[in-house]
Design a protein around this ligand. Structure first.
Ligand code: FES
Length: 110
């Protein structure tokens, strides 16, 4: 194991849930796992405290911005005035997506 690896026990991440993993949010959508930057590009909401909606998007708990978990792009801006501009600004630097690996009962963020 390298020094910067981050892990979450896989049994703590059932389908439809999120967890914090250092500076990443990890999630499980129907058995497909993902890892993205943990901090919302709008006002640094903790995405590990967010949710996964019916469309499989990661939803920020603070103002409801929605992210595509496959690209890290905001598909909807925050529910505040000027959300179109906010979305444009957020997508200048999408959430970084990291590779994940399941091994020995744990999810590793690479
Ligand atoms: S902090 Fe995430 S939408 Fe505002």
């Amino acid at each position: 194991m390298t020094e910067n690896q981050q892990t979450v026990p896989i049994d703590s991440l059932p389908p439809g849930t999120l967890a914090a993993c250092g500076d990443y949010v990890v999630g499980n959508i129907g058995g497909a796992y993902f890892a993205l930057d943990r901090w919302c590009r709008h006002r640094k909401g903790d995405l590990a405290e967010g949710s996964i909606d019916a469309q499989g998007c990661l939803v920020c708990p603070l103002h409801g911005a929605r992210y595509d978990v496959n690209t890290g792009q905001a598909v909807e801006g925050p529910r505040v005035p000027g959300k179109g501009l906010a979305k444009l600004m957020m997508n200048r630097r999408p959430l970084e997506r990291k590779a994940v690996e399941i091994r020995d009962g744990a999810l590793f963020v690479r």
